[in-house]
Design a protein around this ligand. Sequence first.
Ligand code: GLA
Length: 407
Amino acid sequence: MTRFGHERAGAPLSVEIQAHAAAFRARFGPDGALRLFFAPGRVNLMGAHLDYNGGPVMPTAIDRGTFIALRPRADRRLRLASSSEERVLELALSDLPSERSGLWADYPLGVAIELLRARHGNESITGIDLFFGGNLPVGAGLSSSASICVGTAFALNAAWSLGLGRMDEVRAALAAERGFVGVQCGIMDPYAVGLARPGHVLWLDCKDATSAHLPFDFEHLRLAVIDSGVRRELAEGAFNLRVAECRAAFERLAPHEPGARCLRDVRYATFEAHRAELAPSESRRAEHVLREVSRTFAARDALAEGRPESMGRLMSEAHASLRDLFEVSCPELDAILEAASGVEGVLGGRLTGAGFGGCAVVLLESGAEEALERRVVERFSRRFGRAPRVDFFAGDHGPRELELGSD
Ligand code: GLA
């Protein structure tokens, strides 16, 4: 079992950082001082598929994420490489592409383009070599994309002395993902990564982007993240389809709800009175969204009032809704959550992120970790012939620069 956060038992961050720096030098040459950065991933506890419907969400950062090593260049060339492939992408800062390539490098490139666009007369900006890596599984619902985008904005802001604030970095990351990369994502992920605070979950109301940090009792509670191992090639297309279905539902309901600006603003009674006007799939999506909004407010109250078992129950109800109404679960995730629910000390759980595979998040009392892992691994392996990965997380800071040799 690999434990992170307060119980970290894997390679310490300093060891991983040293390895990342060595890999940078192997790829780009040994000379010159490097700077190293880390940006976390996130796990969302409540508010599934609400961000792009203007609802509230409750994510927390995790201490796995993206490593970025960089070294300024004397010329105006930008070179991008990653630990997961040999290819180095080389471009002139004065001639960055206007169209995405479909490759991983679109994410950091999109951010660089955003940052340079916001800056008039960028001739003083120097070239840079950037090397990306990390310990966050890609496509697992832990927001590797926001981690790479916010991390890139943070690192380039530092390297180019742009003087941007954290919200500018978050906005650049979001604009890159929506624009250059082309995913119609909501605001949750870059906010969750950018505004993270250890020992807290973020309360983010996506209608007006107001946020608060809610204390989370990491002393008595644990978050398990269990990876189904399922990755869907078409997840981005399926995600965009959910966004479109929710928008269609809103457009049909909006005339009945004067003043409504997003699906979250539609009252449940209005939806019930007019659901026959929606296509059946739109009706299921809207029902999930409106009930999930209520559940997420209830989860915030449960957390504030020290009722974690209520929060766990709401998480499990959210999963049932994601499975039956929003239709973004899969048999592997359902099996993980079914197995987890029978363990003493487990309070509840649900899929996290967009779904279509990826990870489940389980809320448990501390002390129940081993029983949870044993039962989930045993049941899942019996049914699917392989073991899922189980990690336990505490919250994490937002993006930061790391000293070589520090933890
Ligand atoms: C993905 C998106 C987020 C959010 C979640 C679902 O992770 O990137 O913006 O919509 O799905 O809650």
